[in-house]
Design a protein around this ligand. Sequence first.
Ligand code: IPE
Ligand code: IPE
Ligand code: MG
Length: 241
Amino acid sequence: MTSEADKGAGPRHVAIIMDGNGRWAQSRGRPRLFGHHAGAKRVRQIVEACPDLGVKYLTIFAFSTENWKRTQVEVAGLMGLFRRYISKEARALKDEGVRVRFIGDRVRLDDKLVSLMDELELLTCENEKVHLTIALNYGGRDEVSRATKRLAQDVAAGRLDPADVDEETLPRYLDTCVLPDPDLVIRTSGEARISNFLLWQSAYAEYEFIDTLWPDFSPEIFAGLVGNYGKRDRRFGGVVA
Ligand code: IPE
Ligand code: IPE
Ligand code: MG
């Protein structure tokens, strides 16, 4: 694919590392969880902005496999927030045509949260206006490890010939198997790292690292970044004609 084909077109799949909730709260003298609540409120507006911007897939990083290192109070607060968020937003997501999926390892999540996640996926499974994927207990290395384990099981069981394993094979075992690769990855809060997010899938994504803290991220900022994307030359290793 050359830049000719891509220049001017918007990103079909945007992935966001929603960072900076803690600092946003701390700068107001409030506990970190106050920032997480403010951050969660932002999500709806960004999802709603997607159709007009031509963004068909939105993937958001809500909790990483490394975030268990935080205090028990913060982790428990976040898990409670996820449960309440899903219960509260389910109806609106369904009515607005949003199809919700979760990626990440569910094994470590509590049963109540996992059943809410399953229910929301089922409730919205016929929607196709926007595909919202929420990464919860997600880590790129963990995902590739789990995928490799299942691939190895298929080899051991004689269902897969190692000679047939190529770049098309492994992604079929990833949590994102039904999603296109992200075109644009945005990280808020000024950190210029990807913190184990979508490692395989973002091999050729464009990146935007912006200083705004996630609770201050707005549909206008989002639209600006989506607009910038269209100005980039995506060469995929090729040469601009
Ligand atoms: C991102 O905000 C949300 C999660 C990681 C759950 P942070 O909580 O990392 O906020 P900062 O980076 O400490 O400001
Ligand atoms: C990445 O943010 C994870 C999420 C946004 C859920 P972190 O705040 O956990 O990342 P680091 O610790 O700055 O790398
Ligand atoms: Mg952070």
